[in-house]
Design a binder for this molecule. Structure first.
Ligand SMILES: [Zn+2]
Length: 139
């Protein structure tokens, strides 16, 4: 399920949804932890590929010691990719919420508690009190 299918955006026309998702994803990509995890995934991936390629040459000396590096790098790369994927979902949703807030667009559902906001026109979620609009003077 992509960000565009998020139920918080269900009330917006498709082109508007696509634009907001694009903005949220662009700013999420700049988030430091996601950036670091992306770099780590690449370094570990390239390192693992190189270490696996060198393995036949290193294995002559001590096969078990020679396995340590490629196996370690493979696990490191895989772990970084998994953490990045899960953290990415969270970060992209936070950025999505921020883009809506910044543009003063009320989500169709509350990002915090999931309550449907179709009938609501307050600036805060009646369920959990989360801020929905920038303008604080709204009822
Ligand atoms: Zn709520």
């Amino acid at each position: 399920m992509g960000l565009e299918d998020a139920r918080e955006l269900a009330h917006l026309p498709p082109h508007e949804r696509a634009r907001i998702v694009f903005e949220a994803e662009s700013s999420a990509r700049r988030e430091p932890l996601l950036r670091s995890l992306r770099v780590l995934t690449w370094i570990a991936g390239v390192g693992a590929a190189a270490a696996w390629a060198a393995f036949p040459f290193l294995a002559h000396a001590d096969a078990r010691a020679a396995l340590f590096l490629p196996v370690g790098l493979t696990f490191l790369g895989a772990a970084a990719a998994v953490v990045r994927a899960f953290h990415g979902i969270k970060v992209r949703r936070l950025h999505l919420r921020d883009v809506l807030l910044l543009e003063d667009l009320r989500p169709a559902a509350c990002f915090a508690c999931g309550r449907s906001l179709r009938q609501v026109d307050a600036a805060r979620c009646p369920g959990c009190g989360a801020q929905l609009l920038r303008r604080s003077q709204a009822p």
